[in-house]
Design a protein around this ligand. Structure first.
Ligand code: G6P
Ligand code: MG
Length: 216
């Protein structure tokens, strides 16, 4: 079994708590269209691109829209979302995330971001974490939604690391599936009941350490 030499992080819900902003913005849009969706349904949106998330939501509401209308709705949701994230500060880094990134640097692990978000670069800059990443793969570079493994495979390629030597940190079911499809180890962030496909599930990066990484 290959030893882990690189870590690839999802952003929303792993490093920063933007998952809640995505939820609020989508919920606001659905409510304007005259329907609602549950937190359970929201789990299905995590890790999924803006365009595909909108398709799912419109399906749940039984609403059909033209391409131009869809474009306008996705734009509306993103404007609300960008308004929310533009207020972000380093205080919104999730517990333990910066400490773990720091320890990876000290121990010489390679680090990449693997996010479906087109806003990933803005968020990392807002919270001051950009410099911890050797490579950044976001929704502007890879447009295929998780569970497609491309976002993580591109990360491994940019780091110059074999997939078997990478571990992915993910809070989304689709992200866990993407990492597995890419031949990588995966640590779920959240509840073990929801993220049962992961090699290990922890509540947050505050529970993570280099020792755990070595035992994977
Ligand atoms: C992440 C989030 C999704 C979001 C996607 C696209 O994967 O988990 O909820 O839809 O990024 O984000 P964006 O910022 O480009 O709309
Ligand atoms: Mg996420």
């Amino acid at each position: 079994m290959a030893a882990i030499t690189a870590c690839i992080f999802d952003l929303d819900g792993v490093i920063v708590d933007t998952a809640v902003y995505h939820y609020k913005a989508w919920k606001q849009l659905a409510n304007q269209l005259g329907f609602d969706f549950t937190e359970e349904a929201n789990e299905k949106l995590k890790g999924i691109s803006r365009k595909e998330s909108l398709e799912l939501i419109l399906n749940w509401g039984g609403v059909s829209k033209t391409d131009a209308e869809r474009e306008d709705l996705a734009h509306r949701k993103n404007n609300w979302y960008v308004e929310m994230i533009s207020e972000m500060t380093p205080r919104e880094i999730l517990p333990g995330a910066e400490e773990f990134l720091k320890s990876l640097k000290i121990d010489g692990y390679k680090v990449a971001l693997g996010s479906a978000s087109k806003n990933a670069g803005i968020i990392l800059a807002k919270v001051g974490l950009t410099d911890y990443f050797d490579s950044i793969v976001d929704g502007n570079i890879v447009t295929a939604s998780k569970p497609d493994p491309k976002v993580f495979l591109k990360g491994a390629e940019m780091l110059g690391t074999a997939p078997a030597e990478c571990v992915v940190f993910e809070d989304a079911i689709a992200g866990i599936e993407a990492a597995k499809a890419g031949g990588m180890k995966v640590i779920g962030i959240g509840s073990a009941a929801t993220l049962s496909g992961a090699d290990l599930v922890i509540a947050g990066l505050h529970e993570m350490s280099i020792e755990i990484l070595k035992k994977l």
